[in-house]
Structure formats: C-alpha cells, structure tokens
Design a protein around this ligand. Structure first.
Ligand code: NAD
Ligand code: UGA
Length: 457
C-alpha cells in the first residue's frame, strides 16, 4: 500500500480533502503543497485560510503527525507515490473560449512540475474539476520525455459542498474513480480505492471509465444548478400570479421522483463552481457541434443572471423607483451560509447594482467581511462593513437578506425596526425570515416568489 500522498493545491478542496485522508488514515504521510507561501503559512497557523465547520479540529489533530503543509513541491513530488492535483481551474479570461472554457494553465503547470521532478512511478489523481478528455492531455504532458518513469492518471472528482465539506468528506454519497481499463490503470484504481476504503464502504465507491468520471463532475453540478434555476424561474411567475413559491417547492419536492433538495428559491446560485462548470459544459458542447445541447445548459446560467438582477430591480421598484442616497444593509455576503467564501456571490453583483443606483451600502456577515472587503476594493461607491447586524441596520432604509445564516432568523427585529428609517423595507432573498411577524412589526416585506406585504396602497 502506498504511504506517501501529495496534494498539489492547498485550497478549499485540497486542504479539507487531505485533512480527512490524514485523519482517517494515520498510516499514510499526507503532504499538501502550494505555490502560495501565505496560504501554506495559514494552514500551519491557528487561523486556517478557510472557514469550514469541523475543519479546525481535524487539522489540529493530524497536523505534524501525518499531515504536513509545505511549499516544497520538488521534494514532495519525489517522495510521493500518489499525487492528487487540486489546483484551481477557473473560467478562461482571455483568448479562445474566453468567458466559457476552463483555464487549464495552473493544471498544466502542475503536470509539468510533476514531470520535471518525478524520479519514480507515480499515480496522478485529477481532483480538480476538468473538461472531459483532460486526462489524455495530462498523459501527453507527463509522458513527454519522462524516460522510464510511468505515470498513471486517474480521475477522482470532488463533490463536497462548502459549509458541509467535512461531513461530505466523511460520509460522501459516492466516491467516483475513473481509470483507464488497462492493467496499470486498474491496478492504480485499486490503490486509490484502498485509500478510501479506510472509511468508506465499497458500495459507495464507484469505479468507472475515466471519461465518464471527468464528465460526471460537470454534469452533477449542472443538474444541481438546473434545479435552482428551475425553481427560481418559477418564482418570477409566482410574483406575477400571487402563487407562493414555498408552497410549490414543497409540493413538487414531495413527489418522490423529484425529491425536495435544491429547490430553495433564492437570489440565484453563487460559488466558485456552478457557473464556471456549466459554462465549461456549454463550451464543450459547442466544441463538439452540439448547439442545441449547449443552448439548453446556457439557459441555466441565463436564468441565474436574470434572478440576480431581478432582486435589486424589485428593491428599486418597491422603494419608489429611487435608491439614490438610501441606506441598504446587506445581511450576508458569503455565497451561502457556513462559509466565508464570496466567490461569485450574488451579494457581490447586488452590491454593484446598488452602487449604480447610488445607494449607500452597509455589509454585514459573520465570516465573509475580509473577503467582501477584498472583492469590493476599487468599487466607486459608499460601502461600509459592520459585522454586528443591529449596528449595521441602524438608520438604514432597507435590509436585504443575501445569505441564509441561521443568526438572521433569530434577531430581535422589533429592536432593529425601531432603529431604522421609515418607511422600512426588508427584502428576504433567501425566504428564511418570518414574514408575517415582520409585517406586523411594521416592515414592508418582500421575498422571492411570494406576494409583497406593504403598509401603503
Ligand atoms: P482554490 O483556488 O481554493 O485552490 C487552488 C490552489 O491551487 C491555490 O491555493 C493555488 O495557489 C494552487 N495552485 C495553483 N497552481 C499551482 C501549482 N502549479 N502548484 C501548486 N499550487 C498551485 O480552488 P478550490 O476551490 O480548492 O478548487 C480546486 C478545484 O476543485 C477546482 O477545479 C474546482 O472546480 C474543484 N472543486 C471545488 C470545490 C469547492 O467547493 N471549492 C468543490 C469540488 C471541486
Ligand atoms: C456545489 C455542489 O453542491 C458540490 O457537490 C460541488 O462539489 C461543488 O459545487 C463544486 O464543484 O464546487 P457549493 O458551490 O459549495 O457546492 O454549494 P451548494 O450548496 O451547491 O450551493 C451553491 C449555490 O446554490 C449557493 O449560492 C446556494 O445558496 C445556492 N442554492 C442551493 C440555492 O439557491 N437553492 C438551493 O436550493 C440550493
């Protein structure tokens, strides 16, 4: 059994995934490397670079025992038997495929590093989300002039969701392992299965062909995002017809063939992956000449953009068609609860839209303020950051709930209302508050996919 595991890329996936492997497999040495020294320093400190419930505990138990964070890529590659590659694969921002295709430059630079420093056979595991057929390119880069060293490439996409990453890693719905169906491919596959079998039942470990594995990852994200766009598209119709999206979502989800998950209406999906992975899928379909298929999936992204835009437009319309000079407090900036991650957060787009309307924006969030500050650097607008929600909302005209943090459900809204300007508005972009109660307190209440509740005619 292999003993040395290396991960290239110490991000939201590499860090937690390797921490879980080290935690469950004390017999292996697990090293996580990155080119970003600051990130590695943070992984070695008391303030980890990402907030994820349960992560601190696992890292602190394993770190220094069999879990190491380091920038020493060269030595790490030499020592490793299995190398997971978990670098970022963002949307390309230049050249052919700009705005759609995956930018594979970090991926290829990791492959080149491996080829340069490896002096014995290695199993290379694709952990990053990649276009189908990337393993072929990886094999080509790795085998160009590698002499006697054999590299076996496997695909093992990660399905963890932020905020529940440690639970997802400990108890995944499935672990997908794609390999070549050659002797060496199947042998490598069995080694990787051996790692996961330390804590995951064989019934949940799915060996498949390598291209299915790569493509499944894109498809799984596309299906999840499609559900969100489907319910969000119907929320717009509800607002025109006095139907209630929560009732519809519940009733539709109770059909066991459909299921109730991922049918929460919202201000649109965010996060670093849904949009980029769907655009990647769209690009692949276009590349293979499948225009109708590409258009179908593009629709999921288009509805999401529509939903994000619609939310601020609703604010504008309901606040007498002007937001100029009005103070709007955003409750939440993270793209979902239980994470400090703000990548592609709907709150980011809302802030820009509100800035265009010349509103004054106050941002509150229990974990995401440092990232929010960073994201909004250079935005020409009146933006301030106040963690305490009571202080943040004081003297504001409106609150907009952008993230479904539990704490927002438990606030004393009477106290908040008393300290706000009148007339007072609340826009619940996550449908998590008690709207009837808020209305009784005096708020004009607007949510997603439900009739508005106003105190004026
Ligand atoms: P991230 O940006 O948080 O981390 C990637 C890390 O890779 C960065 O720290 C970067 O410095 C490092 N890196 C880049 N090139 C490198 C190189 N040549 N050598 C060493 N380090 C290098 O990204 P992430 O969110 O962890 O995502 C990584 C991959 O996993 C992406 O393909 C993403 O689509 C996929 N994924 C992400 C999630 C998620 O929830 N974030 C879930 C499943 C899959
Ligand atoms: C998603 C997938 O759920 C993971 O399986 C996948 O591994 C990951 O992407 C990835 O590839 O990066 P994540 O983006 O962390 O995980 O979070 P989700 O829980 O999927 O939420 C994504 C967005 O959809 C959030 O903005 C969330 O608020 C929104 N959402 C989700 C809704 O608006 N409604 C819902 O019913 C569910």
């Amino acid at each position: 059994m292999n003993k040395h595991i290396l991960c290239i890329g110490a991000g939201y996936v590499g860090g937690p995934t390797m921490a879980m492997i080290a935690h469950k497999c004390p017999q292996y040495k697990v090293t996580v490397t990155d080119i970003n020294q600051q990130r590695i320093d943070q992984w070695n400190s008391d303030e980890l670079p990402i907030y994820e419930p349960g992560l601190d505990d696992v890292v602190k138990k394993a770190r220094g025992r069999n879990l190491f964070f380091s920038t020493e890529l060269e030595q790490g590659i030499k020592d490793a038997d299995i190398i997971f590659v978990s670098v970022n694969t963002p949307t390309k921002e230049f050249g052919e495929g700009k705005g759609m295709a995956a930018d594979l430059q970090y991926w290829e630079s990791a492959a080149r590093l491996i080829r340069k420093h490896a002096n014995s056979d290695k199993i290379i595991v694709e952990k990053s989300t990649l276009p189908v057929k990337t393993a072929l390119a990886m094999e080509r880069v790795l085998s160009a002039g590698s002499g006697d060293v054999h590299f076996e490439v496997l695909s093992n996409p990660e399905f963890l969701a932020e905020g529940t990453a440690m639970l997802d890693l400990e108890n995944p719905d499935r672990v997908l392992i794609g390999s070549r169906e050659t002797d060496t491919g199947l042998k490598a596959r069995d080694q990787l299965i051996g790692i996961y079998a330390n804590w995951i039942g064989h019934d949940k470990i799915l060996p498949v062909n390598i291209w299915s594995s790569e493509l499944t990852k894109l498809v799984a994200n596309a299906f999840l995002a499609q559900r969100v766009s489907s319910i969000n598209s119907i929320s717009a119709l509800c607002e025109k017809t006095d139907a209630d999206i929560s009732e519809i979502s519940r009733a539709v989800g109770m059909d066991s063939r459909i299921g109730g998950k991922f049918l929460n209406p919202s201000i649109g999906f965010g996060g670093s992956c849904f949009k980029k992975d769907i655009l990647n899928l769209v690009y692949l379909c276009q590349y293979y000449g499948l225009k109708e298929v590409a258009d179908y999936w593009q629709g999921v992204v288009s509805i999401n953009e529509y939903q994000q835009k619609r939310f601020v437009l609703n604010m504008l319309n309901n606040m007498f068609n002007t937001l100029a000079g009005k103070k709007i407090c955003l409750f939440g900036f993270a793209f979902k609860a239980n994470t400090g991650d703000t990548r592609e957060s709907p709150a980011f787009y809302a802030t820009h839209q509100l800035a265009e309307e010349k509103a004054k924006i106050i941002i509150s969030d229990p974990k995401a303020i440092p990232n929010a500050r960073n994201d909004l650097q250079g935005l020409d607008a009146d933006v301030s950051f106040i963690e305490d929600p009571y202080e943040a909302a004081a003297d504001c005209d409106a609150i907009a709930v952008m993230t479904e943090w539990k704490l927002y459900e438990k606030l004393d809204y009477r106290k908040i209302y008393n300290n706000m300007r009148k007339p007072t508005f609340i826009f619940d972009g996550r449908n998590v508050l008690d709207h009837k109660k808020l209305f009784e307190i005096g708020f004009n209440v607007f949510s997603v996919g439900k009739p508005g509740m106003t105190h004026y005619e």
